[in-house]
Ligand binder design. Structure first.
Ligand SMILES: [Zn+2]
Length: 172
């Protein structure tokens, strides 16, 4: 979040600064300021959140797989050819914490599995190929805390009974 009143010159610390246009890169818009006291220009890099949602989600998922911030940044760069600073990844992880509750169990998961081993993938052959995968740490936690986990589920939205007529006919 940008606080206009606290924008200070990076060179002399003066608050006597004026806006001098914007610097646009592919994924960010930065405000350029000029200090009226020392004449130096500086850029506010606080507002750089306009990355595509795909990159944001990929960063969070990559981090939650157990990669640290530096590794996540590196993987995203390799995957999308986009530079995402570690502090940006961290801000996304914190910001999406409320939605992606997995963040809270990540620390424990990291001790159990290495990032590359966290998701189990197997291809099954049965008339056609099936790709099956699951998150090993999540299953591990589920098994350990099954009772507690089930108790936290909100079952009030589920239908009270499901009759056979309600089952959709398989589509072939
Ligand atoms: Zn200055």
């Amino acid at each position: 979040m940008i606080d206009k009143e606290k924008e200070k010159c990076l060179e002399c610390g003066s608050k006597n600064v004026v806006r001098k246009g914007k610097s646009k890169t592919k994924f960010s818009v930065k405000q350029i300021y000029k200090c009226e006291d020392c004449g130096k220009r500086f850029v506010s890099d606080l507002r750089n959140k306009s990355y595509p949602i795909k990159i944001i989600m990929n960063s969070i998922v990559t981090y939650n797989l157990g990669n640290n911030l530096a590794e996540t940044s590196k993987i995203i760069k390799k995957r999308f050819k986009v530079e995402v600073p570690e502090k940006t990844v961290y801000s996304w992880v914190k910001e999406f914490d409320k939605i992606c509750s997995y963040y809270r169990t990540r620390d424990k998961a990291v001790k159990l599995f290495k990032p590359k081993d966290t998701v189990f993938i197997k291809i099954f052959r049965h008339l056609q190929l099936y790709k099956y995968r699951y998150h090993k740490a999540k299953v591990e936690f589920f098994v350990r805390n099954k009772e507690r986990y089930l108790a936290t589920l909100n079952t009030s939205n589920l239908p009270t009974s499901v009759s056979q007529h309600d089952c959709p006919t398989p589509i072939r």
